[in-house]
Design a protein around this ligand. Structure first.
Ligand SMILES: Nc1ncnc2c1ncn2[C@@H]1O[C@H](COP(=O)(O)OP(=O)(O)OP(=O)(O)O)[C@@H](O)[C@H]1O
Length: 464
């Protein structure tokens, strides 16, 4: 009641609602109506965006079984001659010194953060087994140091034993790395080999994605890696005989052939090198470490990308232009084979100037017909001259400066396996020509099958 006895309406709701506010002098109920309207609009927009996103993800989830998904960050180029910007935004090329790989990978990660949404929707991987952090902690005994197998550019790898007794290798991607990089490596590996099974590719069996932790769980390969066997302290005689080396070479070639010729889109590994070839007790080779892999659709002749890989193994055209296709892996395989034949690292600063670069030294030796001197002195029983020539020829063809002249991985398998069939060459006299070039040129005429059937591709999984 007011002093005059009149009822006081100043505190009543209608009065408050119709009172003026400082906001554009509008009445309170008008302001409330505007706010409610704005909230409704925002809510509707938010729901629309979420619905569109989830319907996109559903499409990805249902994409077919064995075929890896095309990575968003890949620039697909259909015309070979198209002029492209082959360098990174800052104009740098990023061939890696092995020790600097982590930094370069982190840079690539930044790049991908800019160019695409790197967040992995772990609910939508739709492959493999999900492991809880707890499970992997138990398997590796709390990521104990004695279970640590090694550390690469992307994280630390531990040996683990799961509850069912199976032995696995757990790669902890987040160790000392920023979240963006871990996400990227996680996604790349999952897309590249998550659903792929091949006896010469390390099997990715599951993953852990909890909070900011990203881990990959692989089959455990129990006999170290090729780099350790080639360059480690193995005594005066290497356990890797010539035949074992050729077995490893053929196994590696089969794994790569499957990536290049057995999958759609094909996978370019980008980091073929001895430390990425894992070995089991029977010397079966398993290609590992797909953190740099790129997917290449069938209509694309190459992708352009930051130059990544490991110093000494990267093909010259990729290093100078950033244009990548499976020919780059073939070049790296050629360097790897040279490494296996000679027991020398691709770059070895402890050697005399003319021998530091394996490829140059190797070509020079072949050109001056000193091929037999190339064989690793730790190999006790020398290969037959014919077997040696064949292997040297494969090396030279793989490192042909003209990438188009390099053989496909499928052809390389046939070339390396030809030794298993000593009489085959009698039916094909052209093969008996001395395959070792006197000029060091790398474009030899060899009559191995180049194509099988139509379509321009090697018959598919013969090497599976
Ligand atoms: N599935 C596996 N089974 C057994 N050992 C493995 C497995 N995966 C990796 N390793 C070992 O773990 C170590 C680290 O591997 P990782 O692939 O992370 O690095 P890297 O290949 O040595 O170096 P980078 O990643 O820089 O190329 C290596 O010694 C490798 O042989």
């Amino acid at each position: 009641m007011s002093a005059s006895g009149e009822p006081d309406h100043s505190n009543s709701l209608p009065h408050i609602l119709s009172s003026k506010t400082p906001f554009l002098n509008l009445k309170l109920y008008v302001v409330i109506a505007i706010v409610v309207f704005c909230i409704l609009i925002s809510l509707t927009m938010f729901l629309c965006i979420r619905w569109r996103r989830s319907s996109r993800k559903r499409k990805v989830k249902h994409s077919s079984g064995l075929i890896p998904l095309v990575s968003k960050e890949i620039t697909e180029i259909k015309a070979v001659n198209r002029k492209v910007d082959c360098f990174t935004e800052d104009g740098k090329m990023e061939i890696q010194d092995p020790k600097k790989k982590g930094e370069a990978a982190a840079a690539a990660s930044d790049d991908s953060l800019r160019s695409s949404d790197v967040s992995v929707d772990v609910q939508n991987i739709g492959w493999g087994r999900w492991y809880s952090l707890k499970e992997l902690e138990v398997a590796t005994r709390g990521f104990a140091e004695e279970n640590m197998i090694g550390e690469g550019g992307y994280g630390v790898v531990y040996r683990g034993v799961l509850q069912d007794g199976s032995v696995v290798a757990v790669k902890n991607l987040l160790n000392n790395k920023d979240r963006g990089q871990a996400e990227k490596e996680f996604r790349v590996e999952v897309e590249a080999i998550g659903k792929v099974r091949h006896k010469n590719l390390v099997g990715l069996i599951g993953y852990c994605a909890e909070g900011s932790q990203r881990m990959l769980v692989y089959e455990y390969v129990n006999n170290g890696n090729l780099e350790q066997w080639l360059h480690g302290d193995v005594g005066p005689v290497s356990p890797l005989t010539w035949d074992i080396r050729m077995k490893i070479a053929i196994g590696t070639a089969k794994g790569l052939a499957y990536l290049h010729e057995g999958l759609e889109p094909k996978v370019v590994h980008r980091d073929v090198k001895s430390s990425n070839i894992l070995l089991d007790k029977k010397w079966n080779a398993k290609v590992s470490d797909f953190g740099l892999a790129k997917l290449l659709g069938s209509e694309s002749s190459y992708v352009t990308t930051r130059v990544m890989g490991t110093f000494g193994y990267v093909s010259p055209e990729y290093a100078s232009t950033g244009m990548l296709n499976e020919g780059s892996d073939v070049y790296s395989f050629g360097v790897l084979l040279m490494e296996m034949i000679t027991g020398r690292s691709p770059i070895d600063y402890s050697r005399p100037a003319g021998e530091m670069n394996l490829v140059e030294w190797f070509k020079g030796m072949v050109a001056s017909r000193r091929g037999e001197e190339l064989v690793d002195p730790l190999i006790e029983v020398q290969p037959s001259p014919r077997a040696l020539k064949r292997a040297l020829l494969v090396c030279l063809r793989c490192i042909d400066l003209d990438a188009h002249k390099r053989p496909k991985m499928g052809q390389i398998i046939h070339m390396l396996e030809a030794d298993d069939f000593p009489f085959r060459s009698e039916h094909r006299p052209t093969r008996e020509r001395d395959p070792v070039p006197s000029s060091g040129a790398t474009s030899f005429e060899v009559s191995y099958p180049t194509k099988q059937g139509g379509g321009g591709n090697i018959e598919k999984p013969r090497w599976r």
